[in-house]
Every structure is written in C-alpha cells, then in structure tokens.
Design a protein around this ligand. Structure first.
Ligand SMILES: *Cc1c(COP(=O)(O)O)cnc(C)c1O
Length: 453
C-alpha cells in the first residue's frame, strides 16, 4: 500500500501505544507477568490477517460515497479508547467490576442529560436504542398503565417491545411529512385508556420530527406519560440550522418523562451504546432487587441497580467519555458543527433533486435524511425504477438505500403519477457523515449517471 494514503484512517495508533504504557504504569506495583499472547505471535498475525480479509466483504461505510443506511465508523478517539479499555475489560454492572468506567459512565450520561436541559436525571448506557426504549417503556408501563401509542412512522421496535412487556400497543397515523398526526392523537386520547405516548424526534425512515409542542399540550389535558425516542435524532438538539418545527420540538424535549438517544448512531461510538434517561430520578425504585452476590464494595450507586441488563461493557462508557472530552456537547462546538454539515448536505441534495425532472423528493428533510421517488407513470413503475437506479448507483460505488414509503408522502397529483398502490419504493440517503457536505457534488454526479443508465 502507498505510504500515507490509506482508505482507512489510522491516526492515533501511536497515541494508543503511549496510553497503554500509561495504563501499565498504574499497575507497576504488581509482580511481573508474562503477557499471555506473546506465545504465538505468528499465529496471531496469521489469524488477524485472515480476519481483515473477511472484513473486506462489507460496504465501505466509512466512505462518503456510502450514503445509504445509518452507518458510519466511530470517531478515532472512541475506537482507541474502547480498545484501550479492553486491556482491563471492565464490567459496568457493578463497581467491583468497573470502578473507573462506572464513574466515567455517570459523567458521560450526566452530560447527555444536560444536553437535554436536565440537571437531575436517572440514566445509564445500554446495548442500544432497543434496550433503552425497552427500559423506558418498562418503567412507563408500571407508572402509567394503559395503551402505548406511537406514530405509524415510529421505529417498529415499540410495537415489539410492548408485546414483550404485555402492554397494549396502538399506532397513530402519521401526516404527510412523516410526523405523528397530533389531531389523530387528540381524537384517540378522547376515548381514554392511554398510558404512554411515544414521540419520535428523528424517525428512522425519513428523519421526521414529531410535533412535540402540540403533544405536550395534549399531555397537559390528558395526563399521559411521554417518552421521546430520539435514538437517531437526539444530538440534533445542538444543531443551529434546523427549520422552525424541528427546532421547537428539540427545544421542548426536556419536558418528556424519558428520553432515549443512541451514541452509536450520531454520537460517534462503536455499536453497543444506547442511553436511556429519566427526568425523575425516583424511577430508580422500580429496579429494586436484593441480589446477595453483586454489591459489596461500597454504598455508592452501582449502575447495575438501575439497569435491566446486568453485565455491560465498561469500554463503551470509556469510549463515550473520551469522545465527549475531545468533542464536548456544545452548541457551535466542533461536534455540533459536524451535525450541521450533515444537515446542510441533506438540504443540498434535496435542492438538486427538487430541480431535476427525473426525481421527486418527498419533503424537505428535517434532519439529514433525504427520500425521493424516481418518476414514472405509476407508483409500480416508479418503484421498479428506484430499484434499477439503486443497483446502477452501487455499480458506480454510490451506495444508497431503498425505503418503502406511504404514497401520501409524495405530491403525486402535482407530478401526474398514477397512484396504483398505497406505498412506493423510494431511494433514501442518510447523509450522516460530515464529509457528505463536501461530497454532495460527487454523490450527485454518480446518481445522475446511474439514473441515465
Ligand atoms: C435505531 C433506532 C432504534 C433502535 O435502536 P438500536 O440501537 O438499533 O437498537 C429505535 N428508534 C429509533 C428512532 C431509531 O432510529
């Protein structure tokens, strides 16, 4: 490989070695120990190279021309801090298993809570958005019995989680922009029996932001519990280039009873890092148990006392903590600017699509996800065309995604497209890497060629 020109960045590997030396110094008082893996360096090398070869069978998630699903590599500092922590391999279930990493988790989670305007909170990291939402709905089901309501565009996990928890689940209609329809919600609330409403700030398919201020007015009247699923969109609270409806929703997020955000989506972390936050710390009483064998070392809070999962990677907390040291969650800071770049990239792509007679974008993106139809005479023909462009783009190294969306998201009459079915296969692009801003031109060129093919 040519020196200095790698596809995969490797800045910081020297820093990892230095950090490992520093970590080692901390244990210098122990009797000397032979490192276990020194035994068969040749076998280690052979297996690692074989592993690397296997891993090349992936889409290039790290490259800006990968503009399909919600995938990107972690920030280098997260990757290296995670690797560093695995030399210790702490378990954040209990302080005995991860003293330092538990303290780092509490600090990192408190910073996430502060981002949402909470000085007080109860919360912790967990395996991902699914586990985080499970805990939020588990608490919700105990504190506010009744049906769980979420929009038709909410993540499908809510329906499955409700089934796991034995809670009745009902879907509320989404509007033309993929947001929860507040009028449909109001009508449903009049009939009673609702325990919890889930608002999604950043839907997975289209990045739509549910109208939180309107939902909060309904909460005042009906007194349901409000859970905000911001697994994807939560960090956009820091972005300064949102349109007014999304801005107002993110400004009101602190009024929720619980919030989920996924550091492994927009928080630059390796997979295995979700976060659940409760506004009222007394929710902790729901987790009470009296295990005789876990907690002896101190009277301080063990994270395992407020988490459904038991063993959890301390390395996740270490990686998140290190990332937030380097890229603090501040408005106008580097981290926030990168989110703004993603959104600017989405607006740029949307504007190009809107001007091109071959395409029809669904609506102006609220975050950094763009969805559009490839025009033809009918929705069936448009769907087939989207699949062809998807494949032709992939041959040009441009990786997009396909999404099956309600026909109502598109202005079909204005475009003269026959509605011969209720959903349509659209192209979808998640522009979640800040580099996308500079690469929209190249993405457009590849899309243009693919659509012409
Ligand atoms: C990704 C996502 C989830 C599921 O989270 P995982 O981390 O994949 O388990 C839930 N809700 C929303 C809005 C999401 O985008």
């Amino acid at each position: 490989m040519t020196e200095g020109r790698f596809a995969l960045e490797r800045a910081g590997l020297d820093a990892l070695r230095a950090a490992l030396d520093r970590l080692d110094e901390g244990f210098a008082a122990l009797p000397a120990l032979e490192a276990a893996s020194d035994g068969d360096a040749a076998a280690l090398r052979r297996v690692l190279l074989e592993t690397a070869a296997r891993l090349t069978d992936n889409y290039p998630y790290f490259h800006p021309l990968y503009a399909g699903q919600m995938l990107k590599p972690p920030d280098p500092v997260a990757r290296l801090a995670y690797a560093l922590a695995t030399w210790i391999n702490p378990n954040n279930h209990a302080l005995d298993g991860g003293r330092a990493s538990s303290a780092m988790e509490k600090e990192a989670v408190a910073d996430l809570a502060k981002m949402f305007g909470w000085d007080e909170h109860l919360g912790h990291l967990c395996g991902g958005g699914t586990m985080a939402n499970l805990e939020a709905l588990w608490a919700a089901g105990r504190l506010a019995p009744g049906a769980v309501l979420a929009s038709a565009q909410a993540h499908y996990t809510h329906e499955r989680i409700s089934a796991v928890l034995g809670l009745p689940f009902e879907e509320v209609a989404a509007d033309r922009f993929g947001r929860l329809d507040a009028e449909a919600l109001a009508r449903r609330l009049e009939r009673g029996g609702v325990g919890t409403v889930v608002a999604t700030l950043g839907t997975t398919a289209t990045g739509s932001v549910d109208p939180l201020p309107g939902i909060l007015r309904l909460k005042e009247r009906h007194g349901f519990r409000l859970h905000v699923d911001a697994a994807y969109g939560g960090y956009f609270r820091l972005a300064e280039n949102l349109d007014a409806p999304a801005r107002q929703a993110f400004d009101a997020i602190g009024e929720a009873d619980s919030i989920v955000v996924d550091p492994h989506k927009h928080g630059l972390q390796p997979y295995g890092c979700g976060c659940v936050l409760f506004r009222d710390p007394s929710v902790g009483r729901l987790y009470r148990h009296d295990s005789p064998y876990t907690y002896f070392s101190s009277s301080e809070l063990h994270l395992g006392e407020i988490s459904l999962e038991c063993s959890r990677p301390g390395a996740s907390a270490v990686a998140l903590w290190a990332t937030m040291r380097m890229l603090p969650l501040e408005r106008r800071g580097t981290f926030a600017r990168r989110l703004e770049d993603s959104r600017a990239a989405a607006l740029d792509l949307h504007a190009r699509l809107a001007k091109d007679p071959r395409f029809l974008p669904a609506f102006r993106p609220e975050l950094d996800i763009v969805v559009w139809l490839v025009r033809d005479a009918s929705l069936t023909a448009c769907s087939a065309r989207a699949r062809r462009v998807f494949a032709a783009a992939a041959r040009r190294n441009l990786h997009l995604a396909l999404a099956e969306l309600p026909a109502a998201f598109l202005d079909l009459e204005g475009a003269g497209i026959a509605r011969d079915r209720d959903t349509v296969t659209c192209l979808r692009s998640v522009l979640m890497k800040p580099e996308h801003r500079e690469w929209v031109g190249a993405i457009w060129a590849a899309l243009d060629a693919a659509a012409g093919a």
